[in-house]
Design a protein around this ligand. Structure first.
Ligand code: AMP
Ligand code: MG
Length: 483
């Protein structure tokens, strides 16, 4: 295995050399063996002594060329040129057996030139939340950064209360954000913007580099991947919470986890981020914000593309997102996406969502219950949960007719639906219980949950406890950006 440093060496204007600091009584608490194997990483890294030596020894494999990245970003709609890795470091890049390049990035690494007034640390709570979320989204097939390991410590740090510092190593294709491009564009550094594009064509968009119009191909790919990603968030009920352009990956992956949430009760206007009272990043705003962010990125392509070409790329966003969303929702409801049925099916899907929203039904549990819907007998247990039975019955009648007309074998349909409606979902109340125990030094529930996430569509007896909707206290959790 060879470690590479293409970003640090070739994009020097965006990289500041910084070494990670060691925290008091650091412990390698969690190591993701499956991911390490997938990436062909050195097996000795799962050993704390070896990993810490790579991270902290002089000229260690993971600190030899570690850098903090400079970027900017539109935060809540406002341009901020002052951003960068304030507490994260790109340690190295690794190339797996399929020749895919992966960044190894340490979150909670210590202060950097971009820390501004903050401490460069991450709390245990936020590293656990990121670890859980990235594994949860990955298990559902939603593109995301991954978590390689979690390191706890006894270093006290202060947020709303005293907490303990921790670190995690994040893995993804690259940490290139929309905000990297915007930074050079808005600070009027066209040569540097050009070197960033050249770097992308060399390492990450080599297919586009060979296209007739490489810049158009690259923008179209980012638009396409972002649209598909956000369609998946909407179908699985995931609210990211801080879709600033510095948190948007050019690889169309879920990235930079903060106050995210999977929906409990289905409220389309749900806001998971306590610091976003206006709801700019509410659940149902995500598709529109995705396009807003792509517009901000597209502006940086203007030296290379005509306005008509940019419009062409951006115009593909909505149809791509809607098509992907429609496919996912057809799967969730066991409907066939044949063109002849799509219009009627869309109506059934939308009315079902209206029904869930009107009665604030638990998004995941209700979909899972729908998997038992019987074209002869309906689903009494499901029906009983709706206060407005007439409304439910009216919908169920249309749904039954559609299912009969589309003629899929009932058992097959139910089995297929169970493969698209997860039984185990990372809810905030579960994350909170896992965190509460971990803060006392007990990671057992963490490990159990990670194991349960390996098969989120299966009803495994010992993990039934993770499938329950939240208790009342668990619905009111306030998650802020302070992490
Ligand atoms: P985020 O909301 O996590 O996307 O962070 C926004 C910006 O604040 C980024 O530039 C981060 O690097 C920086 N930041 C967040 N937390 C800290 C911290 N504890 N210390 C230094 N910088 C931070
Ligand atoms: Mg960020």
């Amino acid at each position: 295995m060879k470690l590479d440093h293409s970003f640090a060496e070739e994009l020097t204007a965006l990289a500041s050399e910084v070494k990670p600091i060691k925290l008091k009584n650091s412990r390698l608490e969690v190591f993701n063996h499956d991911l390490a194997t997938e990436l062909d990483l050195p097996s000795e890294w799962q050993n704390e002594t070896h990993l810490f030596s790579a991270l902290y020894a002089q000229d260690g494999a993971l600190n030899r060329c570690s850098v903090a990245q400079k970027y900017g970003g539109h935060q809540f709609g406002h341009w901020n040129p002052e951003l960068g890795d304030g507490r994260g470091l790109l340690l190295a890049e690794t190339i797996d057996l399929q020749r895919q390049r992966w960044d190894l990035h340490l979150k909670g690494a210590g202060p950097t030139p971009y820390s501004r007034f903050a401490d460069g640390r991450a709390v245990l709570r936020s590293t656990i939340r990121e670890y859980l979320a990235s594994e949860a989204l990955h298990s559902l097939g939603i593109p995301t950064s991954r978590a390689l390991c979690l390191i706890s410590s006894d270093d006290p740090i202060y947020r709303e209360k005293q907490e303990r510092a921790a670190k995690m190593i994040r893995v993804c294709q690259s940490h290139l954000r929309f905000g990297h491009f915007e930074y050079f564009y808005h600070s009027k550094q066209p040569e540097k913007l050009q070197s960033l594009f050249d770097y992308c064509f060399k390492y990450h968009f080599s297919d586009c580099a060979e296209a007739e119009s490489p810049y158009l191909a690259m923008l179209e790919k980012i638009v396409h991947d972002t649209a598909k990603l956000i369609a998946k968030w909407q179908a699985f009920g995931f609210n990211h919470g801080v879709m600033n352009t510095d948190n948007m990956s050019i690889h169309g992956i879920t990235f930079d986890y903060g106050p995210y949430a999977f929906l409990d009760d289905f409220e389309p206007t749900f806001i998971c981020n306590h610091s976003d009272p206006q709801g700019r990043y509410s659940f149902d705003s995500q598709p529109g914000i995705g396009l807003w962010n792509l517009n901000a990125l597209a502006q940086t392509f203007t030296p290379h593309l005509e306005i008509e070409q940019i419009k062409q790329a951006l115009n593909s966003y909505e149809p791509t997102l809607l098509k992907e969303y429609s496919t996912l929702m057809h799967n969730k409801l066991g409907l066939l996406p044949q063109p002849a049925f799509v219009e009627a099916n869309s109506k059934i899907i939308n009315t079902w969502l209206d029904l869930l929203a009107f009665e604030k039904k638990d998004y995941s549990v209700t979909f899972r219950q729908l998997c038992k819907f019987d074209i002869l007998g309906g689903n009494q247990k499901l029906r009983d949960q709706f206060i407005n039975r007439d409304r439910f019955d009216e919908w169920a009648e249309h749904y039954t007719l559609a299912l009969k007309e589309q003629g899929m074998n009932q058992t097959q349909r139910q089995t297929k639906m169970r493969q698209h409606n997860p039984h185990i979902v990372l809810r905030n109340y579960l994350a909170q219980q896992i965190i509460d125990r971990a803060e006392e030094g007990n990671f057992e529930m963490f490990h159990q949950f990670i194991d349960a996430l390996k098969k989120p569509y299966e009803e495994i007896e010992k993990y039934q406890k993770f499938s329950a909707p939240p208790p009342d206290w668990g619905k009111q959790l306030e998650i802020s950006c302070s992490s």
